[in-house]
Design a protein around this ligand. Structure first.
Ligand SMILES: CC(C)(COP(=O)(O)OP(=O)(O)OC[C@H]1O[C@@H](n2cnc3c(N)ncnc32)[C@H](O)[C@@H]1OP(=O)(O)O)[C@@H](O)C(=O)NCCC(=O)NCCS
Length: 204
């Protein structure tokens, strides 16, 4: 690897690099869902980000904030998932490779934190492999078992459950309550419910 490849690329030396200096952030709209889907899933193969399917992104598009260049080019996204006033989670935060290191990621994270504050959320959490980035913004490493809502939402069904290489982080007081838990219905009960609802929908 040459020394020059380790140097930050300045805008004047790379014409393909978008101008991010004036990046703006705004709440996502449904037409952003395709860009979000493609960018998030480009980093889900190696586990950097959780895979999100297109339908799930559309359904939760109001969780997302996007960053764009002065000329309106999509640069990145991040989401704030609300569990309740006790807890929110930063998810799917990512900036396009060619736009990294120019402030867009920081702007996205600040916008998500402002949103959490606006919603009167007391603790913001996340799971990450790059804690150093989040230290810049007041997060600290915490024991993941202190965040049962996250465990029940994602970890229990995650293929990396027993080989997780992410650290849990939080900003604000750890919640004393949780709103999620194991499914209340065993699988056969769910099947029965489904069969019942099909029968009632068809008038049988
Ligand atoms: C993490 C990511 C969103 C940061 O976006 P970015 O636009 O490059 O970040 P910024 O340029 O706004 O950096 C803000 C600050 O964080 C620092 N920073 C950026 N990336 C960092 C990293 N990986 N580790 C430590 N610090 C980092 C910057 O130096 C900067 O510090 P400064 O304000 O003191 O100058 C981006 O690198 C990315 O998309 N990574 C891949 C996806 C990913 O890992 N997401 C996190 C999943 S939890």
């Amino acid at each position: 690897m040459s020394n020059s490849s380790l140097m930050p690329v300045s805008e004047s030396t790379s014409s393909s690099r978008p101008r991010v200096g004036g990046a703006t952030v705004r709440k996502a709209k449904l037409p952003d869902a395709v860009n979000i889907f493609e960018l998030v899933n480009s980093l889900s193969g190696d586990g950097t980000l959780l895979r999100r399917n297109y339908a799930e992104i559309c359904e939760n598009v109001r969780d997302f904030t996007v960053a764009e260049s002065e000329s309106g080019v999509f640069l990145g996204c991040g989401a704030l998932h609300l569990y309740g006033p006790h807890l929110a989670e930063v998810r799917s935060i990512v900036v396009k490779p060619e736009a990294k290191g120019q402030g867009a990621g920081g702007k996205l994270l600040r916008a998500l934190l402002a949103e959490a504050e606006d919603q009167s959320v007391t603790c913001v959490s996340l799971f990450t492999r790059i804690p150093d980035f989040f230290f810049h913004f007041g997060f600290r490493v915490v024991d993941r078992t202190l965040l049962p809502d996250k465990i029940y939402k994602d970890c229990q069904t995650c293929p990396r459950l027993y080989a997780c290489d992410e650290v849990a982080m939080a900003r604000g007081p750890i919640p004393r309550i949780a709103v999620l838990g194991p499914s209340r219905f065993p699988q056969p009960e769910l099947v029965k419910l489904q069969a019942g609802s099909i029968a009632s929908n068809t008038g049988k």
